[in-house]
Every structure is written in C-alpha cells, then in structure tokens.
Design a protein around this ligand. Structure first.
Ligand code: 5AD
Ligand code: FES
Length: 342
C-alpha cells in the first residue's frame, strides 16, 4: 500500500506519514487524483456558492499579517449600512445564492444589537437561505444572540494551531487558546462551523501544518478554509515571502482525504496568486467558491492582502465568471443552500 492509499483508507496517517507527504512533490499527482475521487464520491461534481458581503473594513485587532489591522493608518475604512447589506442580499438571491456570508473586521460599531438586527432582517426575508457570520472572536453570549436572531453558520479560522507560532503572528492580547475556545463554543451553540489556516504564513513549519490537521480532527468543523499567505503592504509582514500554490493545493488534497465530508472553498487568495488558482483548487478537492457580493465601490477597500482579485467586478460579473471557471475545471455550480453531507 502506498502512503497515499493508506491515508485514503484510514484517513488518519501517522505524523511521520503526513510530514513525508507534505515535504515532497513526489505524491502530488496521486494525491490529487485520490482527493478528486473522494470529492466525487461525496459531492459529485457539485460546487456550492457563498455570496460574500464584506460589510466593514474597520478592525480593532492588529494581526501582523492583515492589511485591515488597526495599526495600518493607510487602510481605507468603510461600513455598509443595513440597507446596503440587504440590497446585496437581494442581488445575491436573484443571482441564485442561498448562502450569505457577512464578513468584517472586529468592528465595535456593530455591537450585538446591530448584528442581531441585521441577521434578523435577512432571516425574515430569506427563510430558505443560510446566514453565515465571519466577524471574529466574541463572547458566548454574543454568539448565542446572533444564533437566536437567525444566523446558522460561523467562519473563524484558527490561523495556526501551534501556540508559539500563533504568538509570532499576533499581538500579545490575542491567544490561540481563546480562539480555539470560541470555535468550540460556536459548535456547542449549534452553528455549522468553519475553521482554517493560512498556508506559508511567516515562520510556519510543516510541523505547524501537522498541528493544524490534528486540531481540525479534534474540532471536526463542517467547513475548512485555507489559502496562501499573501504579503500586505503597510503591515509588519509586508516584506515576507508569500505561501506557495503547490503547497496550498497539496494541503487541500490532504484535507479532502482526511475530511471527506468537508466543505472546502477554493479561496480568493488562491485565485490571487495564480490566474487559475481557484480552478486548480477545485481539481485538488475543493467544492465551494465564494464570489464577492459587496458593492464594487467598497471592494478595493477590503484589502486584507495586496492585489486581491475581483475588486473591479460587479456581482453579476463575478457570478458568470465563476460559473465558467467552475465548468472549465470540470465541475458545476449548483444554487442550493449547500449544507455539509456528513
Ligand atoms: N494573506 C492571506 N490571507 C490572509 N488573511 C488575513 N490576512 C491575510 C494575508 N495577508 C486570512 C486570515 C483570515 C481571513 C479572513 O483572511 O486567515 O482569517
Ligand atoms: Fe469575481 Fe471572476 S470571480 S470576477
């Protein structure tokens, strides 16, 4: 049995086995073929859409890698009104989206009441849609309030599972332990949870990636979002090297084999470092794409990293573009709610 077949069969290769696969390109082709097989067995050729609404670029955090960090005076800041958010949802619904992802920095302007009010308004109008929040670390009570208002999914990447590595990427007031605690609380409340990490973040080793895989096994999230680290100007990591396409694709395939049921997005970051990054991501095992639904006027301002794609396009253009890209990769966009198939 090859190391890859072993991984497919018991989904739980030894640490040594995983490290061996991560360290070389020797298995990449076999890895991708098997991952695509597993993906087809669970999801066929379906690719789910998530309409992404980036509703605030304000953030009180100062993560060293992120262009929206509060310590970046050059970052362009905006907040969308509730009416603007609802307009995005209407546009998205007409385009066939049945999941809205409200993503933003940790912006105290949107307190619990404001978020709950926005969520409840979307819920009232779109009972057949999933409402996903991606707004960072909050208290159990806040998470519960949003859930009671009608939110049902939450995305919070753990970023890196290794505590020492986490502290190299974040200021002292943030901790890996608290982030993980948030994830378990979200699960307990009943959210469908998404986590994930950056590939090739500064100081990352293969052992850190291994720790990420092990943490994900513990958490067992529905969705796992990964993408390459991309340097952002005016951040402490502006001059650092970015994550590689091949390692990101390799990690997507490993995730597909270890988590056959998972929703794995081919991320915008992957599309940013290679013109066909998202198509390659789908072929490596990803089954979700997250087209941008934010008004075009705001897109460039949501600059988490440099050279982000899709900033000049209207939502309808993004929808068409992605449909074609997904088809060219050999899959098909479907317009249902796209729940996880455990
Ligand atoms: N490069 C790539 N991904 C980044 N993120 C934040 N900054 C960067 C960057 N410079 C990712 C983080 C975060 C998500 C919203 O975007 O993983 O959780
Ligand atoms: Fe947005 Fe291609 S997905 S323009």
């Amino acid at each position: 049995m090859t190391i890859i077949e072993e991984l497919r069969d018991n989904r739980n290769l030894s640490d040594d086995g995983l490290l061996t696969i991560m360290h070389t390109d020797a298995f990449d082709q076999e890895l991708r073929t098997l991952a695509d097989g597993v993906r087809r067995a669970h999801y066929g050729t379906d690719v789910y859409l998530r309409g992404l609404i980036e509703f605030t670029s304000y953030c009180k955090c100062s993560c060293f890698y992120c262009g929206l960090r509060c310590g970046n005076p050059e970052a362009q800041r905006y907040r969308m009104t509730k009416e603007e958010i609802l307009e995005c949802c209407a546009e998205g619904y007409a385009l066939g989206y049945r999941t809205f992802v409200l993503q933003g920095g940790e912006d105290p302007f949107f307190d619990d009441d404001a978020i709950s009010d926005i969520v409840a308004s979307i819920r009232r109008q779109y009972d057949d849609c999933a409402i996903t929040l991606s707004i960072g670390e909050k208290s159990y009570e806040s998470y519960k309030a949003f859930f009671d208002a009608g939110a049902n999914r939450y995305l919070l990447r753990h970023e890196t599972a290794d505590e020492a590595h986490y502290s190299m990427l974040h200021p002292e007031n943030m901790s890996s332990q608290h982030r993980k605690q948030c994830l378990f609380q979200l699960k307990e409340i009943g959210y469908q949870v998404g986590s994930g990490f950056m590939v090739g973040s500064p100081f990352q080793t293969k052992e850190h990636l291994l720790a990420d895989l092990r943490f994900l096994q513990e958490l067992s999230p529905d969705m796992i979002g990964i993408g390459p680290f991309i340097p952002a100007r005016n951040t402490p990591f502006a001059e650092q090297e970015g994550g590689s396409l091949t390692l990101t694709l390799r990690m997507i395939s490993i995730l597909r084999l270890m988590f056959p049921y998972a929703l794995l997005p081919a991320t915008t970051a992957l599309g940013t470092i290679h013109p066909h990054g998202r198509e390659l991501g789908l072929q490596a095992g990803a089954n979700v794409v997250m087209p941008n639904l934010s008004p075009a006027a705001y897109r460039e301002k949501y600059a988490i990293y440099d050279n982000k794609i899709c900033t000049g396009d209207e939502s309808a253009q993004c929808r068409k573009c992605l449909e074609q890209r997904v088809a060219s990769a050999g899959y098909q966009v479907v317009t249902n709610i796209g729940n996880v198939k455990r």
